[in-house]
Design a protein around this ligand. Structure first.
Ligand code: FAD
Length: 413
């Protein structure tokens, strides 16, 4: 598909340019040096800040329990001889010239890594509306801090992961919280109804009002108006309705993109263009493990994928990137973890009562464990993740018994 960088020991001088200074971009730079790459490495990020970690933004940072400085990634770019350029956007890619355009002029590359992450989906018509927020960046979290501190009435649009975490923090801060969800349950499309039903109860028990099957018609000054005419008082509105790969700047480059906007990467995270790789929230890749192309918006993917990219740039023959996706969330006093990838056709096996404080669910495909959702059962998650990686076949009866450790549910037959 694409040629390798000619020789890591004999770079043309342009070296590796990494666009996007989030976790995936930083890990690519670190991985290149760890694997012995000696050429130039330039890490370009459009945010004005040193690269930082996003998960604490919707948790400790929002509540003022962690400072924005504390989430900065602990990497010594000087010691690594990585040229970190913050506050600079890449605006175009010209593969035929092996260069990108930036706001500060063109930049040549021997190898290019696209690690531009994802951008939150906004409510149409509210792009510049005062009091309407998204939560993706440290600047977003800093803008939302005062909203929480002033204990305003908050309307959260979307009962997904970010919506749930924001609602949790807003309730902790003493805000009145209403969550508006267009689907009939939280996390629709991510977890099945069996798991979502108890999750809906978490909102209510924590004191949030959860309105499902509710669509936002418009946002007015101080209110959210629903399609059915209901008017919800809103000192602030937080929109958490998903994120899309941030790949608009690649328009005209000829790079292959999927309909969801993700860069089409192969099993080694190479793109359709020579010497161009893609990793993290902006890239999708084929998973032989799951027989599907995956677009994974999880921290662990941004941590693991760069190793494959770095090895590839160095001309090593990396193993196919085919991880067991892993995600965690902290919401309503619970620690929720998910590993793997399931389809509707997979067999769901419950471990414990979903109304209890701790339970988990497994998905089996022809007996093989393919995914697991754990609430307050980190041991299930740890064992399950290893079993998924190993392609273990589980005994469904033993799997359904929460007193049996998952690893002891492996089928002997
Ligand atoms: P990003 O972190 O988005 O980094 C991409 C960077 O590229 C950004 O800084 C962007 O501004 C920059 N960029 C974009 N376009 C350009 C351009 N043209 N030129 C230059 N720079 C550009 N995952 C979990 O597993 N568990 C969690 O609990 C969890 N919590 C989260 C909480 C929040 C609030 C958010 C937003 C995400 C959370 N995630 C969580 C997801 C996880 O943080 C992401 O999957 C991860 O950050 C993806 O890393 P990335 O480097 O691919 O992309």
């Amino acid at each position: 598909m694409s040629e390798q960088l000619q020789s890591p020991a004999d770079p043309s001088g342009a070296g590796v340019v990494i666009v996007g200074a989030g976790l995936a971009g930083v890990q690519t730079a670190v991985g290149l040096r760890e694997l012995g790459y000696e050429g130039a490495v330039t890490l370009l990020g459009d945010e004005p800040h040193r690269p930082y970690d996003r998960p604490p933004l919707s948790k400790a940072v929002l509540l003022g329990k962690a400072s924005p400085e504390s989430v900065v990634l602990d990497v010594d770019y000087d010691a690594l001889d990585v040229s970190l350029r913050t506050g600079v956007s890449a605006t175009a890619l010209r593969p035929w010239a092996r260069e990108i355009d930036t706001e500060q002029g063109p930049l040549p590359y021997d190898a290019l890594v696209v690690a531009t992450g994802a951008r939150p989906v906004v409510l149409p018509g509210t792009e510049d509306a005062a009091g309407v927020h998204v939560l993706r960046t440290v600047d977003d979290a800093e803008r939302l801090g005062p909203v929480l501190a002033e204990q305003r009435d908050v309307v959260v649009v979307g009962a997904g992961w970010i919506g749930a975490e924001f609602a949790t923090s807003a309730l902790d801060a003493g805000c009145a919280v209403t969550v508006v969800e267009a689907a009939d349950r939280p996390l629709a499309g991510t977890v099945p109804a069996e798991a979502a039903a108890p999750m809906a109860d978490w909102y209510r028990a924590a004191g949030a009002e959860l309105l499902t099957g509710a669509r936002v018609a418009r946002v007015e000054d101080g209110a959210v108006v629903l399609a059915d005419g209901r008017r919800l008082p809103a000192g602030a509105v937080v929109v958490g309705i998903g994120a899309r790969p941030d790949t608009g700047w690649l328009a005209g480059s000829g790079i292959a993109l999927e309909p969801d906007g993700s860069v089409t990467a192969d099993a080694s995270l190479r793109t359709s263009l020579p010497g161009v790789f893609a990793v993290g929230d902006c890239a999708s890749f084929p998973s032989a493990r799951y027989g599907a192309r995956l677009l994974v918006h999880h921290w662990d993917n941004a941590l693991q994928g760069p190793r494959t990219v770095a090895a590839n740039i160095l001309g090593e023959e990396p193993a196919a990137y085919d991880p067991v996706p892993y995600f965690w969330s902290e919401q309503f006093g619970r620690f929720v973890q998910y590993a793997g990838h399931h389809a509707d056709a997979d067999t769901l096996v419950r471990r414990g009562d979903p109304d209890a404080p701790a339970w988990s669910m497994c998905w089996l495909r022809e007996g093989v464990l393919v995914a697991l959702l754990a609430v307050g059962r980190p041991r299930d998650l740890a064992q399950g993740r290893r079993l998924i990686e190993a392609g273990a076949v589980l005994d469904p009866v033993r799997t359904a018994d929460p007193a049996v450790p998952l690893k002891a549910a492996v089928s002997s037959g």
